[in-house]
Design a protein around this ligand. Structure first.
Ligand code: MSK
Length: 630
């Protein structure tokens, strides 16, 4: 019997409580305290029934006041709010993709950024119709980047990446008029539709919410993923570690946080240089440890094996250790609370992007042309801050797990090739995986994604659901903070096969994988779309027929709703543990939880009881199997 043991949520919580004691000593605020101040939440906001789109209001819908001043009813108000929420997420992911496209445009043989995956670049060039014959790789890179950037604002036609979807899916998108046009156009159109005096019909608003989501998942996010792979390498299987115990007391600790890998890649480069390590030693440290929080962490874990200190609701914990010299942030999911919190310690809170500027931070403006100098300055700043530590405040919970990560679609395909032993050549396909599903060795798959949300016991929903699903022979592909929850628990350790049903355990042994596969950051849910498309094409099933569902049990951001919309619009039923701000309208709620199935062959389910949510997913997977006759 293996001695391997999963880390429990109770153990996570005990570590957090100990850190909060340090916080109390220095008068630090915490999200746990702020949640108390903010509850109960405003029911008008929570149900989506408050309209502040024009200045005649705000209007709130009650039985006594069933319409806003313009006459809009609750369904129009909730629908407009839902569309704006989605488009906020779509804009955010897509702008991330745009930044990466600009970085690719700046790449050069002797510059800060180089092409690390030329093969992928050439594949993208073929997809975008960029000539490659006899051309310098950087000329190709620049034209691919420019063509990608044109996808944001092209005046005519529809996006290129949706052509990766199976024919059936593309026909649905055409038929339902949700095939995305230019990426920016869908966000802009959503803002236009929701301006005072435009759409108030729920069907129209939800249809546009799906299209706006698709422009993210099959547009901006996919651009972010693909171009990041070209620049920094397509992830391959790699070992790392997760949880706060990855921080090293004797070392200078730099924590990278946010989403854009352009900065963190550079920081990892410099932190690993002899020059910087020697400098750290001259300042009394034994070395430098870079670890990560949120999706920046996922990016560098997947490509470099940089350890993951934690996920969204652990971002304050890294500072509370008293051993964080610098928390360096780029964009998205960064608590403004990190500013005042860092001031209670010696920690430097370093913001780097004009998109995420915050009070109480040191702003070191990062730019692709000066990336090397910027990263070096940041690493030096952290090293020079080591001497300012208050040793009495240092406490790093000694808690971490091993994790094997890096499961891009390319890596999954490669792993499957290693087990191909039939007389029919199925290398380079998803057939070994499909055969396992057909035979029932694997019952199906769940794509689990998303954040933490204090409305759900942090990490508990992710971890408990994963444990339940793998015990039922359902394999997990995960990303974002869900992936980090899994890694912290130990579910990405190959030894976690012990917690699987017999079928999944056998697959893990044969393919040599953990039962929970880390596919990357939140933009990398685009990888899951490509994977679903590949499975559909190789199996002959429609995407909606695959025994596969999506799940975001602890989601919180606008990006998560955009993701949910493109996952559902791709034909994948999606299960949520937190209600969207839409339940105030029976019509909008009804569309999201059922009506849209007539359009896209999938819909949302929301269930707060996590155990029930797990049962519902298993049931849905079994229904899909029965429908396929497998
Ligand atoms: S970081 S969007 S809390 S997954 Fe991508 Fe985590 Fe959610 Fe941010």
């Amino acid at each position: 019997m293996s001695e391997f043991k999963l880390t429990t949520v109770e153990e996570f919580e005990a570590a957090t409580n100990r850190l909060l004691e340090t916080g109390a000593k220095v008068g630090a605020d915490s999200w746990q305290m702020r949640v108390k101040n903010q509850t109960p939440h405003c029911k008008f906001g929570e149900s989506g029934m408050c309209c502040r789109i024009c200045s005649m209001g705000p209007c709130r819908i009650t039985p006594k006041a069933p319409r806003g001043i313009c006459g809009c009813d609750v369904h129009g108000i909730v629908g407009r709010n839902f569309l704006r929420f989605t488009s906020g997420g779509s804009a955010t992911h897509s702008d991330h993709g745009r930044e990466i496209a600009h970085t690719l445009y700046e790449a050069s043989a002797d510059g800060n950024y180089k092409v690390k995956d030329p093969e992928k670049l050439l594949r993208l060039a073929a997809e975008f119709g960029v000539e490659t014959e006899g051309r310098d790789i950087y000329d190709i890179a620049h034209e691919v980047a420019e063509t990608g950037l044109m996808e944001y604002g092209k005046p005519f036609g529809t996006l290129v990446f949706p052509k990766r979807a199976p024919q059936h899916t593309q026909e649905i998108w055409e038929r339902e008029e949700i095939l995305p046009r230019a990426i920016d156009r869908e966000v802009s159109c959503s803002m236009h539709m929701t301006h005072m005096g435009n759409s108030s019909k729920p069907e129209a608003l939800i249809r546009q919410a799906l299209r706006s989501g698709l422009s993210d998942g099959w547009g901006g996010s996919m651009m972010g993923t693909e171009f990041s792979d070209v620049l920094f390498g397509t992830p391959k299987e790699i070992d790392t570690e997760a949880n706060l115990g990855v921080m090293v007391e004797e070392n200078v600790n730099i924590v990278v946080h946010g989403h854009d890998p352009s900065l963190s890649e550079m920081i990892c480069e410099y932190a690993d240089s002899k020059e910087m390590i020697d400098y750290a030693k001259s300042m009394g440290a034994q070395g430098i440890t870079v670890s990560g929080v949120c999706c920046t962490s996922n990016e560098v874990a997947m490509r470099r094996g940089i350890p993951m200190a934690g996920n969204f609701l652990q971002q304050e914990n890294v500072v509370l250790t008293g051993a964080c010299e610098a928390i360096v942030v780029d964009v998205q999911c960064i608590f403004p609370a990190l500013g005042p919190l860092s001031r209670c310690f010696h920690t430097k809170f370093i913001t780097t992007s004009p998109i995420a500027q915050m009070p109480d931070s040191d702003f070191i403006r990062f730019n692709s042309k000066t990336a090397g100098e910027n990263a070096k300055l940041i690493v030096k700043t952290a090293i020079e801050n080591f001497k300012n530590r208050n040793k009495d405040l240092v406490y790093i919970p000694q808690m971490k797990q091993k994790a094997t990560v890096g499961f891009s679609v390319e890596q999954i395909e490669k792993k499957l090739d290693t087990v191909t032993n039939s007389h029919v050549d199925v290398t380079g396909t998803m057939m070994p995986l499909i055969d396992c599903v057909k035979s029932g060795v694997l019952r199906g798959a769940v794509a689990m994604v998303g954040c933490n949300n204090p409305k759900v016991r942090p990490d508990a929903a992710h971890i408990e659901l994963m444990k339940k699903l793998i015990a039922n022979d359902i394999i997990l592909v995960v990303s974002g903070c869900s992936a980090q929850a899994a890694a912290k628990a130990g579910l990405m350790d190959k030894r976690a096969k012990e917690f699987c049903g017999a079928g999944l355990k056998r697959v893990c042994e044969l393919v040599d994988i953990p039962p929970v596969l880390h596919m990357g950051s939140c933009v990398d849910i685009s990888r899951m779309m490509v994977l679903a498309a590949r499975i559909a094409k190789d199996s002959g099933w429609n995407i909606s027929q695959i025994p596969l569902v999506g799940c975001a049990p602890e989601w919180m951001s606008e990006k998560a709703v955009s993701i949910g919309n493109y996952v559902v619009a791709t034909g994948i039923d999606t299960y949520l543990g937190v209600e969207p701000y839409a339940y105030g309208s029976s019509e909008v709620d009804g569309l999201l939880k059922g009506g849209i199935r007539d359009w896209v062959e999938a819909a949302y389910t929301v269930e707060h009881d996590i155990d029930k949510l797990g049962d519902m997913m298993i049931e849905r997977i079994e229904e899909k199997r029965t429908a396929l006759g497998i």
